[in-house]
Design a protein around this ligand. Structure first.
Ligand code: AMP
Length: 143
C-alpha cells in the first residue's frame, strides 16, 4: 500500500500558515480543525517548516504563555522530512519511527500535495492486515 492510496481516501487538503502567523493563531487553527500539526509555507508555497502541538507545549513550558504572541517561525521545525505519493506505508512508518514525529507532508514536484499522519498510517495498516487475514481464512477454508 502506498501514500497515494491513503491520500485518495482522506483527501489532499493541507492546512498551511505563514511563518509570520502568531503561535496563538496556530493554536486556534489546531483546535478548530482538530489537527496535530500545521505546515508552514512561504509566499511561493514552498514548505518552510512544520509546527506540531509538541512544539507549542515545549515553547510555553520553557518561555511562558507570553510566547503565544511570537511568530510561529520561533518554534517550528525547519528541516522538514517529506515523502512522495509512490512511497510505501512501510517506508513512512520507518521515517516516522526514526525521526520521532507523527506527520509527514507529501510533495509532488516540490509542491505540497497532502499530509500523512501516524493515525492515517495505523488505520490503513490495520485494514490491510484484516484483508490479509480474511484472504488467509478463505484460502484455508477452501484448501
Ligand atoms: P509530532 O510527533 O509530529 O507532533 O512532532 C514531533 C516533533 O517533530 C516536533 O518538533 C515537530 O515540529 C517535528 N516534526 C513533525 N513532523 C515533522 C517532519 N515531517 N519533519 C521534521 N520534523 C517534524
Amino acid at each position: 500500500m502506498t501514500v497515494r492510496r491513503i491520500l485518495s481516501a482522506k483527501g489532499r487538503d493541507v492546512f498551511t500558515i505563514s511563518p509570520e502567523c502568531k503561535v496563538s493563531e496556530a493554536v486556534r487553527i489546531l483546535f478548530a480543525r482538530r489537527l496535530g500539526a500545521l505546515v508552514i509555507t512561504d509566499e511561493s508555497g514552498t514548505v518552510a517548516g512544520i509546527v506540531s502541538e509538541r512544539d507549542i507545549v515545549r515553547m510555553i513550558a520553557t518561555q511562558g504563555p507570553s510566547s503565544l504572541d511570537e511568530p510561529v517561525s520561533v518554534c517550528m521545525s525547519s528541516n522538514v522530512v517529506t515523502t512522495v505519493e509512490s512511497a510505501t506505508i512501510q517506508s513512512v512508518m520507518s521515517e516516522m519511527t526514526e525521526g520521532r514525529f507523527r506527520h509527514l507532508p507529501v510533495l509532488d514536484h516540490g509542491k505540497l500535495a497532502g499530509i500523512v499522519s501516524i493515525g492515517d498510517v495505523v488505520k490503513h495498516r490495520l485494514a490491510e492486515m484484516e484483508d490479509e487475514q480474511q484472504a488467509l481464512r478463505e484460502y484455508i477454508a477452501t484448501a
